[in-house]
Design a protein around this ligand. Structure first.
Ligand code: HEM
Length: 287
């Protein structure tokens, strides 16, 4: 298990007195339970914050990683981490492509819709693999308990990563379902006219901030885990099942993008009409 502690009087003895500061980020030499005793409340909060920050930085830099047990057949937590890492990296590549279309959605609307729809099954897979780990952890499965939770900041960010991601994709799909009415004002708040398109734009802005932080913290570890650098020499069973899961997800991505594009004709035409009418590139104004 992973232990790291900063500052304050410590006792490394495996006893259960006092508070565990942090249960992850392990430089290999820390193997015992690290317990803090005899410190004031303020000092303890400070120590805990410093330990959390150290753990976060070490994780983001790829210097600390959980000891994920490797189970037979599926690979268990180590297999789960690999599938999550590969899915994350594929998502990252597609996010970059999708962000590129934002340079001029007017021009790249077809690519924007195709990539956005292709993302849906992958985002569901990512939610499923991390959701599985979260559920196993909270249900007390020993393998996943042994791995421990993510660093606190990422643990808190996780649900927002899922919610904002679903909001962007959901509101994007809603635009296609709504067609022309995407531009109809739903409500006016302080002079701002809110319609389905502004909801899509606002959820994108929220998602960008949250995902920016997630990607900053998770890209280096994702590369290391995907390349097997975290379990050097150890075989993690379940590789072909993971490959099949990814291949099926990508095939579903193709299917989703073709279907969504098929239904998006009306919306795209309407957008292009407005786009030419207003003679400017990017989103047309609301109203
Ligand atoms: C909409 C897209 C995504 C969703 C919904 C999502 C969701 C999550 C959630 C809920 C967690 C658990 C909390 C945490 O440990 O931080 C997580 C972990 C992780 N994510 Fe993402 N994520 C997405 C995109 C990405 C991308 C683009 C990357 C690649 C850079 C990535 C790489 C990772 C990694 C490496 C972990 C740690 C997994 C582990 O502990 O084994 N994710 N993700």
């Amino acid at each position: 298990m992973i232990r790291a502690v900063a500052g304050g009087p410590m006792l490394v003895d495996g006893s259960r007195k006092g508070k565990i500061l942090c249960t992850r980020s392990r430089p290999a030499k820390w193997t015992k339970r690290t317990v803090l005793t005899e410190s004031t409340g303020g000092q303890r909060v400070h120590d805990r914050a410093v330990a959390s920050l150290n753990e976060l930085v070490a994780t983001a830099a790829g210097n600390a990683h959980r000891d994920d047990p490797i189970a037979a057949t599926t690979g268990g937590p180590a297999g789960n981490a690999r599938l999550t890492a590969w899915t994350g990296l594929l998502l990252l590549a597609l996010f970059l492509a999708e962000t590129f279309t934002l340079i001029s959605v007017g021009h790249f609307i077809t690519a924007h819709i195709l990539i956005g729809a292709f993302l849906i099954p992958l985002v569901i897979l990512k939610t499923a693999t991390t959701g599985w780990r979260i559920a196993r952890y909270y249900l007390g499965t020993s393998d996943y308990r042994q791995g421990g939770p993510p660093p606190t900041a990422l643990r808190l960010l996780g649900p927002l990563v899922i919610l904002t991601g679903l909001a962007v994709l959901g509101s994007g799909l809603a635009l296609i379902a709504l067609g022309k009415s995407s531009f109809t004002t739903i409500v006016s708040i302080a002079g701002f006219q809110i319609n389905a398109l502004t909801i899509h734009q606002a959820s994108f802005a929220a998602w960008l901030v949250v995902m920016g932080l997630h990607v900053l913290a998770r890209t280096v570890p994702a590369v290391k885990v995907a390349l097997g650098k975290e379990s050097v020499g150890a075989r993690v069973p379940g590789g072909s099942a993971r490959g099949v899961a990814l291949a099926v997800t990508l095939a579903l991505g193709v299917l989703t993008s073709v279907l969504v594009l098929h239904f998006s004709g009306g919306w795209t035409n309407h957008l292009l009409e407005r786009f030419h009418h207003h003679h400017h590139f990017g989103y047309p104004p609301n109203g």
